[in-house]
Ligand binder design. Structure first.
Ligand code: DP6
Length: 353
């Protein structure tokens, strides 16, 4: 086994949706039933580091996630490999002096700096890093927007991790998915006093995967159609405008409403899907109370397909938000101090299951 090994490494961040993607109109191409919006979190705390290598003597494609070898036979990984190889092939045809990397097998080594099972969007960072690492290895000239179209086929939410700051995934209209891709609404620098924190209330793996859960909702929920066709399109416009205007009140209000509505359609599915638990509901109650006391949105909560809370708030309100959480959940520590930075805190307040 000798010969040259070509390698490239990259990192990709986690993103947390403030307007949720929930439902596919095409399961093969991963085309969503609605557009979505997310905030990309700082890579200081949460990121995937991936190295892609190619060599003529590799005899098959391989993938290692956090030191463990995983299958590369899944349709999603296959789709990403195939698309990236096809683009590289075009490049090689135009530049015959380039090594024929498109015909070599790939070895991918990927590592999260956070627990994969912690219920934070690991597939988003994972597929974004995989696509970008291979694109770097292949020296592809494609823009992040174009690469987001490929990452989307690995995991829908991964397309949004191709950008920092505030990101929209435009659902697109075409049947082939060519216009279903992510675009940046605003950079993180544009709204530097926005902060976030993750409360990991359970580090166990979710019972219903997003992929399965969202199709159950699409097929069985009677509320779903109204969400996807009426509410989300309205909120998409309002939330994009709120971000550009740095209007935290509207951004926060819409974020909480959308999280609650997303969990309502999950519960409206058959069989019903429950992602939030008692601690999640305790967090909702706390934030609603503090917002009521102050007569404004001090903090906004959102929950993905699991019980963990993500809170968004402005820097000026950090003493209120962190003070409250520390008072109610004294075990919690390691709170963040940086913009858009998440802290993982596996803690369960006593007496709450
Ligand atoms: C609730 O992107 O994990 O986090 O496309 O099937 O891989 P697949 O689903 P995935 O779903 C994310 C769902 C969500 C909302 C969101 O991130 O927009």
């Amino acid at each position: 086994m000798t010969g040259k090994i070509y390698s490239a490494s990259t990192t990709a961040p986690v993103n947390i949706a403030t307007l949720k993607y929930w439902g596919k109109r095409d399961t093969k191409l991963n085309l969503p039933t609605n557009s979505s919006i997310s905030v990309t979190l700082s890579q200081d705390d949460l990121r995937t580091l991936t190295t892609a290598s190619a060599a003529e003597f590799f005899d098959c494609d391989k993938l290692w996630l956090n030191g463990k070898e995983e299958s590369v036979e899944g349709n999603r990984i296959r789709a990403c490999f195939a698309e990236l190889r096809a683009v590289r092939k075009v490049l090689e045809s135009a530049n015959p002096e380039l090594p024929a990397l498109s015909s070599y097998h790939l070895h991918i080594v990927s590592e999260n700096n956070f627990p994969t099972a912690a219920g934070v969007a690991s597939s988003a960072a994972g597929f974004a890093a995989l696509v970008r690492a291979i694109a770097n290895l292949f020296e592809l000239p494609q823009s992040p927007e174009e690469l987001s179209r490929i990452a989307r086929q690995g995991s829908g939410s991964a397309c949004r991790s191709m950008f920092g700051g505030y990101v929209a995934w435009d659902m697109g209209q075409s049947d082939d998915g060519s216009d279903s891709r992510a675009v940046q609404i605003a950079t993180q620098e544009m709204w530097p006093d926005m902060k976030s924190v993750i409360l990991v209330v359970s580090a166990s793996k979710k019972e219903t995967s997003s992929t399965v859960g969202m199709q159950t909702t699409v097929n069985t929920s009677s509320l779903f159609k109204y969400r996807a066709e009426v509410l989300v399109p309205q909120r998409f416009k309002e939330m994009s405008e709120a971000i550009l205007a740095k209007d935290f009140e509207t951004f926060g209000r819409l974020t909480m409403m959308d999280s609650n509505q997303f969990h309502a359609v999950c519960m409206d599915s058959s069989p019903p899907i429950f992602y939030m638990n008692d601690i999640s509901r305790l967090v909702v109650g706390l934030i609603e109370t503090v917002n009521k006391i102050y007569g404004r949105v001090v903090a906004a909560y959102t929950f993905d397909a699991g019980p963990n809370a993500v809170l968004y708030y402005l820097e000026k309100d950090e003493p209120i938000v962190l003070g409250l959480l520390k008072a109610v959940m004294p075990d919690v520590d390691g709170w963040n101090k940086k913009p858009n930075t998440a802290s993982i805190t596996p803690t369960v307040p006593e007496g709450v299951d």
